[in-house]
Design a protein around this ligand. Structure first.
Ligand code: ADP
Ligand code: MG
Length: 602
């Protein structure tokens, strides 16, 4: 029999560290929060190799007393609370006193600090369970260095995602924390290079602009609501600023970014009449609530919180969104005289959506939804659409109109092709007659497939210079993602470069996508990179897919018979897959004998 024994402190800390430190981003989070708790006004962060090699956080906060430094790395050592009632009115980020103990048990840990009240500070190096303390005579404030994270728990290291994903998580923590602390100067250096700088801002609005792009606050409403217990305020999308994902929906509770699973649902509810299916409002919402009404203590990393009255919180969020949108209704009411308000808002939004014309946009979303459905349940709702397409009875097709059209266009038939081009119907389908078969070709999808395949070809497509290079300012996060993937754009014949801080310039695009909606393409592709995260598919393929989607002729576009014939001949020649890159078929064929059956000729 093995005897029961109490675990040594070092083992306990290692176990606790496993809970607090999910990855390098958790270390960054804990250290930044400590700096903010210490009332720092300047916080500089450096990470090397996505934080696995080294993380350094330097602040100008109030520092640690020389004689307390050794305590900082001990478990349950905190200066922030003294007893249980204190927890109930906790206003600081930290209070459990476990973070540094945990982190220092799984890394080489160095901290030097000087309290503003003392002339001499101290430096501690903690490695393999041993601490060494010396004097430190630098400026007041604290610098914490975490090296070789997880060196003694290789299993955890294995669970980490690709380095770029870990770095993305670090940026996310950095930006979220910076968002809610606009009065602090922040900088983030990555592998020795300056990556993001956020100077002290006048307030939340300016900080939102620094992070998402200077013009973004103009696209958001700001509103607030207050009652006895709680205050809620936030920035919410105006009707013409909708995103293709929920990545810009953030909730802060008492200055802590939290994951609240109903947030997305509540926002979609509030924007029901405004946001077309699959588009999402941006929302940065801050709730200030009596700490006694929430429990942040349910998770060591404090990522989740529990509201004691969830219905109350839900109604606050809904009310805030309604109040903000009330402005939208008023605005539109005064400008428009007839028609349903929601319809107006909808069309307005569709026209100005940054990701390009609405139907493409919807189509992408539909695709995304389909993928989501498959992922979620292994079942795709849209299968039913597909089978409808093939099963609908022949009498469903309004032949008379296209036969009329066909007669008109027959004369224009160009002998060069081995098919009869009968015309374009419903502004969407090319109709071709060949060998007793009618082919209906969804020209957007067919064109998309052609562009996609050509871009994926071994030989690089030719670059076509733009007469007017296009400059785009990107949100900080998007800009960083662009930097990571920049070379892939060059590989696919884009002439694209850094313009200035957070801005890029597009000077040339592949000739094959000459009608590319550049802005829509860039923002959509960055969203795709964000979504894909560590499920890295072939980056070139994603670029080809998005370029095809944003440049292919769309239903409703005017298409000359010549263009239609080119698309049709490519679609019929068997060289290209008969589905668009999203998997939708683009040819439907009807044989002469099917028609004859309808007319009882056979
Ligand atoms: P907690 O933040 O939950 O109190 P930590 O383990 O993160 O626990 O930190 C332990 C203690 O070390 C803090 O309570 C604080 O007194 C001190 N400390 C840590 N980082 C700093 C810092 N950057 N500036 C001043 N004091 C700090
Ligand atoms: Mg802490």
């Amino acid at each position: 029999m093995t005897r029961i024994k109490i675990l040594p402190e070092s083992v306990k800390n290692k176990i606790a560290a496993g809970e607090v430190v999910e990855g390098p981003f958790s270390v960054v989070k804990e250290l930044i929060e400590n700096s903010i708790d210490a009332e720092a006004t300047e916080i500089d962060i450096e990470v090397f190799e996505s934080g696995l090699k080294k993380i350094l956080v330097k602040d100008n906060g109030k520092g640690i007393y020389k004689d307390d430094l050794a305590l900082a790395v001990q478990n349950h050592a905190t200066s922030k609370i003294e007893n249980i009632p204190d927890i109930e009115k906790i206003a600081s980020y930290g209070f459990r006193g476990e973070a540094l103990a945990g982190i220092s048990s799984i890394s080489k840990f160095t901290m030097f600090s000087r309290s503003i009240e003392e002339s001499l500070g101290a430096k501690i190096i903690h490695n393999d369970g041993h601490s060494e303390i010396t004097d430190y005579a630098g400026d007041p404030g604290t610098t914490t260095i975490v090296e070789n994270l997880f060196y003694n728990i290789p299993a955890r290291k294995k669970f980490l995602k690709a380095k770029s994903t870990e770095l993305r998580k670090i940026r996310e923590v950095f930006l979220k924390t910076a968002m809610v602390n606009p009065d602090i100067d922040f900088s983030l250096n990555v592998d020795g290079k300056r990556s993001i700088t956020l100077v002290k801002a006048a307030g939340l609005e300016e900080r939102v602009g620094q992070i998402y792009g200077k013009s973004v606050p103009d696209s958001l409403y700001f509103d607030r609501l207050k009652d006895l217990k709680t205050e809620i305020c936030g920035f919410l999308s105006k009707p013409d600023f909708l995103k293709s994902s929920r990545s810009m929906q953030i909730l802060f509770v008492n200055n802590r970014p939290v994951e609240y699973k109903y947030l997305g649902f509540l926002l979609s509810k509030a924007y029901e009449a405004i946001a077309p299916r699959g588009s999402y409002p941006a929302a940065v919402i801050f709730i200030d609530i009596d700490p006694a009404l929430i429990d942040v203590n349910i998770h060591p990393a404090k990522k989740e919180i529990k509201f004691f009255d969830q219905n109350y919180i839900n109604s606050l969020i809904l009310h805030l969104a309604d109040k903000a949108l009330g402005k939208a209704h008023n605005l539109n009411l005064s400008r428009m005289s007839a028609g349903r308000i929601t319809d107006k808002i909808k069309t307005q939004n569709i026209k100005t959506d940054p990701s390009g014309p609405a139907h493409v946009y919807e189509e992408q979303l539909e695709f995304k939804d389909r993928i989501n459905n498959i992922n979620r349940s292994g079942f795709s709702e849209n299968n039913s659409d597909k089978s409808n397409m093939f099963n609908s009875t022949i009498s469903d097709y309004p032949f008379s109109s296209f036969i009329r059209e066909a007669g008109k266009l027959y004369d224009e038939f160009d002998k060069q092709y081995d098919f009869k081009f009968l015309g374009i119907i419903f502004n969407t389908y090319i109709v071709i007659e060949k060998d007793n078969v009618l082919s209906f070709i969804d020209f957007h999808a067919a064109h998309e497939r052609y562009i996609y395949d050509t871009m994926n070809n071994e030989t690089k497509p030719e670059t076509q210079a733009l007469i007017f290079p296009q400059v785009m300012e990107l949100p900080v996060e998007d800009y960083q993602i662009f930097l990571e993937k920049k070379d892939y754009f060059v590989d696919t014949s884009f002439d694209i470069d850094i313009f200035s801080d957070n801005a890029i310039v597009v000077r040339g695009i592949p000739g094959i996508v000459k009608d590319l909606n550049i802005e829509g393409f860039i923002s959509d592709i960055i969203e795709a990179f964000k979504r894909e995260g560590d499920h890295v598919r072939d980056v070139k393929k994603i670029i080809a897919e998005k370029a095809a989607c944003h440049s292919a002729k769309r239903s409703g576009d005017s298409l000359s018979p010549e263009e239609a014939k080119i698309i049709a001949s490519r679609a019929l020649n068997g060289e290209y897959d008969k589905r668009c890159p999203h998997g939708r078929p683009y040819i439907y064929q009807l044989e002469k004998k099917d028609l004859e059956k309808v007319f009882k000729r056979i």
